[in-house]
Design a protein around this ligand. Structure first.
Ligand code: C2E
Ligand code: CA
Ligand code: CA
Ligand code: CA
Length: 273
C-alpha cells in the first residue's frame, strides 16, 4: 500500500510538471503566433426573436496551432501570464473593426469580449478611444463578464459611463454565473445582459429553472435592459424563449461562429420554425 501511495504521488507530480512545461511552451508559442499573425477571428450572429433579423455579431478568437484549435479561454489566460493581455485587446479591437465592414450592415452591431483584466487595465479607456476614433460609423458593444463587476464595482460603473460617452454600449456576459446580486444591475448603465447558456439548458429541463430564467428576463426588461439568450441549440429552447418576445438569441441552432468573407443572410429564423 505504501508503495502504491508513493507511485501515485509520483505520478501526480510528473503530471503537474508536464502541465507547467506545456503551459510554458504554449506561452512562447503564443508570442510567436501574435507576431506572425496566426490568430484569427470568427463571428457568430445575434438574432432578434421578433423580426428574425441578425442584429449583430460577436467576435471570437481562434488559434490553430499545427492543426489543433486552442481553447480561447486558455489563450486569454496565457496572454495574461506573458503580460500581453493589453496588447491582445488592442489587436482584437483593431482587427475586428478593420474586418467587420466586409459583412456588417450599418444597423448591425459588433460585440467584442473584454476580460476582467483587460477591462480594468489602466490604459483600457485611452486605448479604446484611440482605436475606435477611425471607426465612428461602427456600432460597437463590449461584452464584460460579471467577474469584472466583482473585481472593482465603483470603477466598473465609471468605466461603463465613459464607454457610453464614447458611443460604445456595454453588455454583461455570462450573466448569472458570477454571483453578483441582481440589484446591482440598476446601478450599471448597460444596454444588455447575456444570460449564460447553462441557464437555458436547465430551463428546458425543469420548471424551477424555467422560473429562474423568467425572473432574470423580467427583471432585466423592467430595468429597460435587453436580454440575449446564449447557447440556443434546440427548437424546444427557441419555443421556450418565444414567451419573451423582445429577446435576442445566439447559438448553434442559428449559426456556429464562422469566418464571414461575405454578407450572410439578413433573416435567419424563418428556416427553423
Ligand atoms: P463566451 O464569451 O461566453 O462566448 C460564447 C462561447 O459559446 C463561444 O465559445 C461560442 O463558440 C460558444 N457557443 C456559441 N453558441 C453555442 C451553442 O449553441 N452551444 C454551445 N455549447 N456553445 C456555443 P468559444 O469561441 O470557444 O469561446 C469561449 C470563451 O472564450 C468565450 O466565452 C469568451 O469568454 C472567451 N473568448 C473567446 N474569444 C475571446 C476574445 O477575443 N477575447 C476575450 N477576452 N475572450 C474571448
Ligand atoms: Ca461573450
Ligand atoms: Ca457568455
Ligand atoms: Ca463564457
Amino acid at each position: 500500500a505504501k508503495r502504491n501511495k508513493r507511485d501515485t504521488a509520483c505520478y501526480y507530480t510528473n503530471e503537474i510538471g508536464q502541465k507547467i512545461t506545456e503551459r510554458y511552451r504554449l506561452s512562447s508559442q503564443l508570442k510567436q503566433a501574435i507576431k506572425n499573425e496566426q490568430l484569427y477571428l470568427v463571428y457568430q450572429p445575434i438574432v432578434c426573436l421578433l423580426s428574425g433579423k441578425i442584429k449583430g455579431y460577436e467576435t471570437l478568437t481562434r488559434w490553430n496551432l499545427d492543426g489543433t484549435l486552442i481553447n480561447p479561454e486558455l489563450i486569454i489566460s496565457l496572454a495574461e501570464d506573458i503580460g500581453v493581455s493589453e496588447e491582445f485587446f488592442k489587436w482584437l479591437l483593431k482587427t475586428t473593426l478593420a474586418s467587420c465592414n466586409h459583412f456588417l450592415k450599418p444597423d448591425q452591431f459588433i460585440a467584442i469580449n473584454v476580460s476582467a483584466r483587460q477591462f480594468l487595465d489602466i490604459n483600457f479607456l485611452i486605448n479604446t478611444q484611440y482605436i475606435i476614433s477611425k471607426y465612428s460609423h461602427v456600432k460597437i458593444e463590449l461584452e464584460i463578464t460579471e467577474s469584472s463587476l466583482i473585481a472593482d464595482f465603483t470603477e466598473t460603473i465609471n468605466r461603463i459611463d465613459s464607454l457610453n460617452t464614447l458611443g460604445i454600449k456595454v453588455m454583461i456576459d455570462d450573466f448569472g454565473t458570477g454571483y453578483s446580486s441582481l440589484s446591482r444591475l440598476k446601478q450599471l448603465n448597460v444596454d444588455k445582459i447575456k444570460i449564460d447558456r447553462s441557464f437555458l439548458h436547465d430551463a428546458s429541463k425543469d420548471q424551477k429553472s424555467a422560473g429562474i430564467y423568467q425572473s432574470i428576463v423580467d427583471l432585466a426588461h423592467k430595468l429597460d435592459i435587453d436580454v440575449v439568450a446564449e447557447g440556443v441549440e434546440t427548437t424546444e429552447q427557441l419555443l421556450f424563449l418565444r414567451q419573451f418576445a423582445p429577446i435576442y438569441m445566439q447559438g448553434y441552432l442559428f449559426q456556429k461562429p464562422q469566418i464571414n468573407t461575405k454578407q450572410t443572410a439578413e433573416f435567419i429564423i424563418q428556416d427553423i420554425i
